[in-house]
Design a protein around this ligand. Structure first.
Ligand code: NAD
Length: 385
């Protein structure tokens, strides 16, 4: 019998389950590039349900209990006396989400001698201290591709919202009850003709580039792995060898690299200062890739015309986090990768990984970040430690 500790975001304030806006979601069986969507042997929820919050339990309880395992689900994750900290010492598996991360720090991993598997219900496993996972022989896996298209749609939405000044214009007619056309249009531009770039052209970054192509923009990217020449040609891409070169070339920059040793604090005061006046940044990757206070200063000085995204540090952020009140922002809570559509896929992917784990079958390579004491699979391609 194993104990599975699952940390999920709290239920909706109006109760669970919510009243759903739609009766079903499209069936997605595969992703660009040929990877199939998760293929668990069974599923104990209806795709389209809110399974990502505590009461949804990722739809795992019937499956785990039918096999004699114990499932603990909580949203209480802040040290030192949280449910996470109390339940961790005898847990075999921890499941957590980037949207409400159970930060598996070196100290917490030290206090979890039975822990052998950490699953990210989503994409991005930086909330697990990977060097400690490597040292302690913990397998780290995530549901690669499950929400990549969701995030790419979110990023494109936020790029358009910033450049077209959508949120302030909306505010004029709703909360302000006005009709202020001149105020609304005085920061309102077209994306057409601009130079737009992504940092990280992996699953999400490439999907963003593909979606932006029809907007008649000039596309740029920086990635440690260069894309195939025919793809660069098809999308009209300019490759940049480093973030500095990319940042100086574009009007709009969307960040899609994971958080790891080479990207932490990459967009510091100096790099932000090297961007064109009036640039926009959208960051749906990880907050620590940018310098929090340098972003605020860049918005105040006009170096940045706008900053949007959905990733913060820590999560949830403190009430007086400066990004809540900085000018020209378009922030959301960490939701881009937790659409009801994505939840169906990442919950099914968690189930697939658990089935493999308990049946001693290999976990798909593309799901693996750490295994056997080293970065492997997607981890070896996209992370450094
Ligand atoms: P991916 O592994 O498919 O792609 C990441 C790309 O970044 C790779 O091509 C890699 O080579 C590149 N990269 C790594 N380090 C780099 C560096 N120093 N400079 C330039 N490029 C670099 O991952 P993905 O599925 O596209 O996801 C990317 C990230 O997006 C995740 O790691 C996660 O942090 C974030 N994410 C956020 C949400 C959300 O809800 N906001 C959801 C999913 C993923």
């Amino acid at each position: 019998m194993a104990k599975i500790l699952t940390v999920l975001y709290p239920d909706p304030v109006d109760g669970y389950p919510p009243r759903y806006a739609r009766t079903d979601i499209p069936v997605i069986t595969g992703y660009p590039g040929g990877q199939t969507a998760p293929t668990p042997q069974g599923l104990d929820f209806t795709p389209g349900e809110l399974v990502g919050s505590v009461s949804g339990e990722l739809g795992l309880r019937p499956f785990l209990e039918s096999r004699g395992h114990r499932l603990v689900v909580t949203s209480d994750k802040e040290a030192p006396d949280s449910v996470l900290d109390l339940e961790l010492p005898d847990s075999d598996v921890v499941i957590s989400q980037p949207f409400w991360p159970a930060y598996l720090t070196p100290e917490r991993i030290e206090r979890a001698p039975r822990l052998k598997l950490a699953i990210t219900a989503g994409i991005g496993s930086d909330h697990v201290d990977l060097p400690s996972a490597i040292e302690h022989g913990i397998t780290v896996a995530e549901i690669t591709h499950s929400n990549s298209i969701s995030v790419s749609e979110h990023a494109v939405m936020q790029i358009l919202a910033l450049v077209h000044n959508y949120l302030p214009a909306h505010e004029w007619v709703t909360t302000r009850r006005g009709w202020n056309v001149a105020d609304s249009v005085s920061r309102h531009y077209d994306l057409e003709g601009m130079d737009v770039g992504v940092l990280g052209a992996g699953r999400i970054g490439l999907a963003v580039l593909r979606r932006l192509k029809p907007f008649d923009v000039t596309l740029h990217y920086c990635d440690v792995h260069r894309l195939p020449p025919d793809l660069e040609k098809e999308l009209g891409l300019t490759w940049h060898p480093d973030a500095r070169s990319l940042a100086a070339a574009v009007d709009v920059l969307s960040i899609h690299a994971p958080l790891h040793a080479k990207t932490v604090n990459l967009f510091d005061e100096e790099l932000l200062g090297s961007m064109k006046r009036g640039s926009y940044i959208v960051n749906t990757a990880r907050a620590l890739i940018v310098d929090r206070d340098a972003v605020v200063r860049a918005l105040e000085s006009g170096r940045l015309a706008g900053y949007a995204g959905d990733v913060w540090y820590p999560e949830p952020p403190e009430e007086d986090h400066p990004w809540r009140t900085m000018p020209y922002e378009g922030m959301t809570p960490h939701v881009a990768g937790s659409t009801l559509s994505a939840q169906a896929r990442y919950a099914a992917g968690v189930r697939e990984i658990l089935e493999c784990w308990f049946d001693s079958r290999p976990i798909r390579q593309e799901y693996l970040i750490v295994e056997g004491g080293r970065l492997t699979g997607t981890g070896a391609r996209s992370y450094t430690v």
